[in-house]
Design a protein around this ligand. Structure first.
Ligand SMILES: Cc1cc2nc3c(=O)[nH]c(=O)nc-3n(C[C@H](O)[C@H](O)[C@H](O)COP(=O)(O)OP(=O)(O)OC[C@H]3O[C@@H](n4cnc5c(N)ncnc54)[C@H](O)[C@@H]3O)c2cc1C
Length: 502
C-alpha cells in the first residue's frame, strides 16, 4: 500500500450544494480545504445536480431581488408585481408544512439567514433567474408572482453545480472524485484524520475539522427498509445513487446524536417509467408530475385517494409521493381534460413523459390498467360533486367539491371536454428527513447536546428541520445556509487550532 501524506485544515465530505458552499465558506476563513466526492467527476453534484434550482428565501420586494439578479432591467421590472415574502411568512410556511415540528433554532436559522446567504452566493458568482413559469401569471400585461418562490439558480441544478465548482477551483479548493470518505478518526477526544478510499486506494488525510455534507440514505435499500419500511423498496430514487448514508454512519461511530424524523422522507409523484435512480445524462427535474391540483388522481382500483386541491402544489407535492406509494401496484393515474391541458407544467410535454390520450373517457380507460367500472363511477361522482364558483389557478379559489371523499378543496373543474389525458405516476423518493443533531453553528451534537469538537454538518445530513412535508425550494436553501454556516465554523475552528499549536 502506498502511504501518501495528506494534510488539510478542513475536509468537506460530499460535493453537492451544501458541501461546496461549506468549502467556499471555509476558504474565506483562509483554511486549506479538501472536498471528497464519492462519485466520478461526470456524476458530481449529488441531488443538487438534479434540481430545477428553485430556492426559497425571504425578501422584502423586487429591489432586493434585483440585487441578486442585476440583469432584471428597469423595463422588465416595470412589468412585475412581486409581493414580499417575509421571514415571518417563510417561518409560518415551514411550520405549517411540518405541523409545527421543525426545530425552532434550526428553522429560525434557515429563515433568518436565507437572504444574506443568497447575497453571499451571488457574491460568489452564482447566478439566479426569476421563475416566470409556474410561479407567476400575467394579467393586464403585468407578471404577478405568488407563493414565495420566485427565484431559481440559472440553468437549474446543473448551472448551480457548475458555478459552485468553478468558484471552488478559482479559490484553490482541492476536489478528489471517486474518493468516498469511510471513517473519521479521533485522538484525545479531537478529530485527527479521515480515511478515504481514493480511487480504490486507502488514504488517511490529516485534519482537525470535518464538514459532513454527503446527503441522507435514500439510495441505501437496507437503511430505507429499516427506517421507512419495506414498502419503500418500491420507490424510485429521484437523485444520486451515492447518497447511501455513509456520513451518518461515520458520525454515529464517533458519538453523534440522531435527530429528526427517521421514518419520514420527501417523496413525490414521478413518471411511472422514470429511471430507478437519477440519470446524470438527463439533468433537470424532468420526471416529476406536479400539475395534479388541476386534475384528479385515480388508483388502479378506480378510486381517488387524496385531496388534489388541498393547497398549492408547493405545499402538498412532498407528501403525496408516499400516498401514491400506498396505492395498489404503487401507481396512480393523473387525469386531465382538454380545458387544462395547456396549463400543465412543461414536464408534461417532454418526450420522457408517459401519456395516454383519447377523445372520450371510455376510450381512455380502456388503455389503462384499472378497474374500469369503478374508474368511470369515480369520475362521474367527482363531476357531479363539483360546485359552482370562479376557477382561478393563481390563488386558492375555494372552487370545491361537495359530498365526496376525499374532497377536492380548490380548482375543482368538471372534466367533460375531450381529449382526456392520463399520466401514470409512481413514488419517487427525494431525500430522508432523519439526520444528525446540529445547532445553528453547524456543529454536530452528541447525546448530551454538546458539540463534537471539529465536526460539522450541512444539507440533508441535518435532521429536525423537515417533518412529513416541506415548502418547495427549501432543500437547496437549507444546504446553502447550513453549508455556509458549517464551513465558516469549521474554518474558524481550524484557525483557532493552528493558533493554539504555536
Ligand atoms: C430530482 C430532484 C429535484 C429537486 N428539486 C429541488 C428544487 O428545485 N429546490 C430545492 O430546494 N430542492 C430540490 N431538491 C432537493 C435538493 O436536491 C436537496 O435538498 C439538496 O440539494 C441537498 O443538498 P446536499 O448538498 O445536502 O446533498 P447532495 O446534493 O445530494 O450532495 C451529497 C453529495 O455527497 C456525496 N457523497 C455521498 N456519500 C459520500 C461519501 N462517503 N464520501 C464522499 N462523498 C459522498 C454524493 O455523491 C453527493 O455528491 C430536489 C431533489 C431531487 C432529487
Amino acid at each position: 500500500m502506498v502511504h501518501e501524506n495528506h494534510s488539510y485544515d478542513v475536509v468537506v465530505v460530499g460535493a453537492g450544494n451544501a458541501a461546496l458552499c461549506a468549502a467556499i465558506a471555509s476558504k474565506e476563513k483562509h483554511a486549506r480545504v479538501l472536498v471528497l466526492e464519492k462519485g466520478p467527476r461526470h456524476k458530481r453534484g449529488g441531488n443538487s445536480f438534479f434540481t430545477d434550482g428553485a430556492i426559497r428565501f425571504a425578501f422584502s420586494g423586487l429591489d432586493e431581488l434585483r440585487e441578486v439578479i442585476p440583469k432584471i432591467s428597469d423595463e422588465e421590472a416595470s412589468k412585475i408585481n412581486m409581493p414580499p415574502y417575509t421571514e415571518e411568512q417563510y417561518y409560518r410556511d415551514l411550520m405549517n408544512a411540518t405541523n409545527n415540528r421543525s426545530e425552532e433554532e434550526l428553522a429560525t436559522h434557515l429563515v433568518s439567514k436565507s437572504y444574506e446567504t443568497i447575497k453571499w452566493m451571488h457574491e460568489n458568482k452564482i447566478d439566479f433567474d426569476l421563475i416566470y413559469d409556474n410561479q407567476s401569471f400575467v394579467k393586464d400585461g403585468i407578471n404577478h408572482f405568488w407563493g414565495g418562490l420566485p427565484v431559481k439558480t440559472s440553468n437549474r441544478g446543473v448551472g448551480l453545480i457548475n458555478q459552485l465548482n468553478s468558484r471552488a477551483e478559482e479559490l484553490g479548493i482541492d476536489v478528489w472524485y471517486e474518493s468516498p470518505a469511510t471513517q473519521i478518526n479521533k485522538h484525545d477526544n479531537e478529530i485527527a484524520s479521515i480515511e478515504v478510499n481514493k480511487n480504490g486506494e486507502e488514504v488517511t488525510v490529516q485534519t482537525k475539522s470535518v464538514v459532513l455534507a454527503c446527503g441522507s440514505f435514500e439510495a441505501n435499500k437496507k437503511l430505507r427498509s429499516k427506517n421507512l419500511g419495506d414498502i419503500w423498496d418500491n420507490a424510485i430514487i429521484r437523485g444520486t445513487e451515492f447518497n447511501t448514508g455513509d456520513g451518518l454512519s461515520m458520525a454515529f461511530e464517533i458519538g453523534a446524536q440522531p435527530f429528526g424524523e427517521w421514518n419520514g422522507c420527501h417523496s413525490i409523484g414521478t413518471d411511472a417509467n422514470a429511471p430507478k435512480t437519477g440519470d446524470f445524462t438527463k439533468p433537470g427535474d424532468i420526471f416529476k408530475k406536479h400539475s395534479y391540483p388541476l386534475g384528479i388522481m385515480i388508483n388502479k382500483e378506480g378510486n381517488r385517494f387524496v385531496d388534489e386541491g388541498a393547497d398549492f402544489r408547493n405545499f402538498t407535492y412532498a407528501k403525496y409521493g408516499r400516498e401514491i406509494l400506498k396505492q395498489p401496484g404503487h401507481v396512480a393515474y393523473q387525469i386531465y381534460d382538454s380545458q387544462v391541458r395547456d396549463m400543465l407544467r412543461d414536464e408534461y410535454g417532454k418526450a420522457e413523459a408517459t401519456c395516454y390520450k383519447a377523445d372520450t373517457l371510455e376510450e381512455l380507460v380502456n388503455q389503462l390498467d384499472v378497474d374500469k367500472d369503478q374508474f368511470l363511477k369515480t369520475f362521474q361522482a367527482y363531476n357531479a360533486a363539483v360546485q359552482d364558483g370562479d376557477f382561478n389557478p393563481a390563488e386558492k379559489d375555494n372552487k370545491a367539491t361537495k359530498g365526496i371523499t376525499p374532497p377536492k378543496s380548490n380548482w375543482a373543474l368538471k372534466m367533460e371536454k375531450g381529449p382526456f389525458y392520463a399520466f401514470p405516476v409512481t413514488c419517487g423518493i427525494t431525500f430522508c428527513f432523519g439526520g444528525l443533531k446540529a445547532n445553528n453553528k453547524g456543529e454536530v451534537l452528541d447525546p448530551n447536546n454538546q458539540p463534537i469538537q471539529g465536526l460539522y454538518a450541512a444539507g440533508e445530513m441535518i435532521g429536525g428541520i423537515f417533518y412529513g412535508n416541506y415548502p418547495g425550494g427549501s432543500g437547496l436553501m437549507s444546504g446553502a445556509v447550513f453549508g455556509k454556516t458549517a464551513g465558516t465554523s469549521a474554518g474558524r475552528y481550524a484557525a483557532a487550532q493552528k493558533q493554539a499549536e504555536f
